[in-house]
Design a protein around this ligand. Structure first.
Ligand SMILES: [Zn+2]
Length: 168
């Protein structure tokens, strides 16, 4: 028996399918029914998607209600909610629930995921190399803050945000 379990290690949003991520390498990929509905019409990869499902390389999983609601409320906090589709929310929630890396190219999706401490990889750079996290920092004193902080507790300056590369 294969000692590796079938657990997924990457959650794919629609943009990851459009750039062909799951077809580039064999991996434990998963997505949600809502994202799957968005991408299954991609004709050129239709057969490939079927094959991924058949071999277990791709799993379609619905996130639990707790993760979905937690994602929605965080998206409202960060102000990204109006830019997110239900499919977007569902894939963030799934990555949150399974504690796996989210592949996305969507800024709003990436922002909410980062705020939930979900590791993100860009789906546009093939063979993604980095895991990035948003951090907030004060441009005056350099103090770093969590992703939700808005101003520096020392100087009261509005914080800037940047990606921090956390993985190689
Ligand atoms: Zn400061």
């Amino acid at each position: 028996m294969d000692s590796r379990n079938s657990a997924s290690s990457y959650a794919l949003d629609a943009s990851a399918f459009y750039v062909g991520i799951p077809f580039l390498s064999v991996g434990g990929y998963c997505t949600t029914p809502a994202v799957f509905d968005e991408v299954k019409h991609i004709k050129k990869s239709h057969g490939a998607i079927e094959a991924l499902l058949a071999t277990g390389s791709l799993q379609v999983i619905d996130p639990d209600k707790y993760s979905f609601e937690k994602t929605k409320s965080m998206a409202r906090k960060t102000g990204d909610y109006p830019r997110l589709s239900q499919a977007d929310v569902s894939i963030i929630a799934l990555a949150l629930q399974l504690k796996i890396v989210l592949l996305t190219d969507d800024y709003a999706v990436a922002n909410v995921a980062a705020t939930l401490n979900i590791p993100i990889q860009s789906s546009s750079s093939k063979g993604i190399k980095e895991t990035r996290k948003w951090i907030s920092y004060c441009s005056a004193c350099g103090k770093k803050f969590g992703p939700i902080a808005k101003e520096c507790s020392l100087c009261g300056n509005r914080l800037r945000r940047k990606y921090k590369i956390t993985g190689g």
